[in-house]
Write a protein that binds this ligand. Sequence first.
Ligand code: PHE
Length: 456
Amino acid sequence: MSEQRDLTIHGQWSSRWTFVLAAAGSAVGLGNIWKFPYITGENGGGAFVLVYLICIAMIGLPIMMAEIMIGRRGRHSPINTMRILSRKEGASPHWKYIGWMGVIAGFLILSYYSVIAGWAMAYVFRAGSGEFVGASAEQIGAIFSNLTESPARLLGWHTLFIAITMIVVARGVKSGLEQAVRFLMPALFVILILLVGYAMTTDSFVRGLHFLFDPDFSKITGAGVLIAMGHAFFTLSLGMGAIMVYGSYMPQSASIASTAMIIVAADTLVALMAGMAIFPIVFANGLEPSAGPGLIFQTLPVAFGRMPGGVFFGTLFFVLLVFAAWTSSISLIEPAVAWLVENHGMTRVTASVWAGAATWLVGLGTIFSFNEWAGFTLFGKTFFDLLDFLTANIMLPLGGLLIALYAAWVMGRRSSRDELAMGRPALFGMWHVCLRYVAPAAVTIVFLNAIGVVGA
Ligand code: PHE
């Protein structure tokens, strides 16, 4: 029985640490460095950050454990894992639709994620050519608008990024990814420390910290709470099967709880450091914290333009950002590719080509939403905004809610206790209660609150 569970047709990580690196590679990405600062800026700072941190601890961590557990027990793509486990547990096969929703969410997220990763690629060359040296915040702003106003340039970078993503996916996560994450993650961390160091030399460091960590609850709305919760799912790669599919390649002997804790801690630390680097620069240069998706591209170059060795560090930073985005993108499309291989008998290469082509096509919508179609809005949102809202704030929390319900109510207590093998029964009990009641109730209340049904 347990021997059978060890089998997966897609191969297995060579050790627990490879799983940690791959999952951290999935979690740490544009969400931490690009999205977290700009949505924090748009939603008023401290109170938003506090809600985000509470969601990470109370909802994110237990659901991450649930996803890894379900994945490792099922050992297939999320769609088939849900189907197979449901059969074993005597539950409805319809639970497989969680897997389906996840595949669609991952595909939609990658379609715009790739466009933003393209900005980061373009900035590798901007930084490398020394364009930022001594440039004013306005000049830097102009460099950014020049890029986003050109569909042709965005298209070129988007195409390149999808291509490099699909090349790794085609080679298989094991051989494709293991080496990449090993040294890139630590390097990214070091350069973030450096950026926080630079931020300390500006006279707005303390103001930046206040903005991030002083909660002013008058600044947060029901919609803001929904965005904070959605981001907790987005940044941890939860609710769509990415962590589940990586869990399915995890060795049977590794501890799920401690592994999940390491990933959550690393992810949160990176986001907070990005915030601590960015907001002091925002205030020191009289920029707007609520500048939107361009925030890091309009602020960090100012710092690189002024610090010693800025051309080198700036180039390195954007290279690492591209790598961070790359390791996340791979996990966004892996559930779809694993399913195509399992159910349609495709090779990984064919599956990757199809998945990549479809993602590329949908990405055009995001490209145009920054220029030609910027005027077309629905509910005041552009195509990009709508896609981001639908995936991060609705599909991921909904997927996460269903995963929590599945793990805590549908899967037998014995199955989960066996798979988690936590040692201490009290910890297992806490996890179970969190997943049974706390996380589902919290997600439901935040949803209802955002549409104005409960609370203010
Ligand atoms: N967690 C990634 C980030 O923060 C994005 C992501 C979301 C990746 C969902 C996989 C699944 O950038």
